[in-house]
Ligand binder design. Structure first.
Ligand code: HEM
Length: 250
């Protein structure tokens, strides 16, 4: 994105509390705190865009995202794009990597998928994402354009709909034996929906896959004796499945 290295830790500090706002049942008080953290993050991005505006990148380096946005969008829009990419891309990928590490340790008989080709590693990661979706539901509500019947229930346009990707990924009509972790499932089955579907399909799906495959294959290669050292401790934050702690022994 082009965020200066020394400033990255500050963003995490400001931005993590904002993600709580994705929880539809968040108490008002915590929602207020998430909003305040969101304003601090927006102020940081506004300052960064101002510093970059008109600078243009040095000719020999490809332009980074912040510089491109600074020179092409109105400040408010540019802040919105930076905020969305950061909020949607950071914690979700952290969750994806940790759930995949856990799946690898819990299913050592399947971990050989990570020792072969890129496609085999991708099949492993796809099953990790289906089996334990790091973003299990939409944070932003949806509504049908017109009344629609879903599973015998009439849904009006005024509805506040949340799509539960995690549940869809375990639908036995779509994924036979859904509670079994089985990389390389039939190519004829429908794709898992961990990255959403339709016009709002995840912008960073390919990047997230690359990150997950890279971490898992390197862990396998460099730390082949990795095991769980204690039961993992999860912490729930609305639509994101996160871990408080995953202790491993090397
Ligand atoms: C394992 C990691 C990730 C998961 C599970 C994930 C999941 C999702 C899901 C489910 C949606 C659709 C939400 C909806 O329909 O309401 C989404 C949207 C989005 N994701 Fe990701 N994501 C991941 C990584 C990333 C990364 C790395 C980036 C950016 C670098 C990113 C950027 C976005 C953006 C910008 C959107 C909004 C797209 C739109 O509304 O048009 N995501 N993601």
């Amino acid at each position: 994105m082009g965020i200066p290295e020394p400033e990255r830790a500050r963003i995490v500090e400001h931005a993590l509390p904002t993600l709580a706002a994705f929880n539809p049942s968040l108490p008002d008080e915590e929602f207020q705190r998430a909003e305040e953290a969101g304003s601090r993050l927006a102020a940081y991005f506004t300052g960064l865009l101002e510093r970059r505006r008109g600078d243009g990148p040095p000719a020999e380096t490809p332009p980074d995202l912040v510089t491109c946005l600074a020179d092409s969008l109105a400040p408010r829009q540019a802040v919105g794009v930076l905020w969305a990419i950061w909020a949607a891309g950071y914690e979700s990928t952290v969750g994806g990597i940790v759930t995949a590490v856990l799946a690898m340790l819990d299913h050592p008989d399947q971990a050989h998928f990570l020792d072969g080709t890129w496609e085999q590693a991708d099949a492993f990661v796809t099953e990790c994402l289906r089996y334990d979706a790091p973003v299990w539901g939409t944070g932003v509500s949806r509504a049908p354009r017109e009344p629609v019947e879903l599973g015998g229930v009439l849904v009006p346009p005024t509805a506040d709909l949340r799509v539960l990707f995690g549940a869809a990924n375990r639908d036995p009509a779509a994924f036979p034996d859904p509670d079994r972790f089985r990389p390389g499932r039939s190519p004829n089955q429908p794709p898992m929906v961990t990255f959403g579907q339709g016009p709002h399909y995840c912008l960073g799906a390919s990047l997230a896959r690359i990150e997950m495959i890279t971490v898992l294959t390197r862990l396998r290669r460099h730390l082949p004796d990795l095991t769980l050292a204690a039961p993992p401790r999860r912490c729930g934050t609305g639509a994101l499945r996160r871990f408080e702690e995953l202790m491993v022994a090397v």
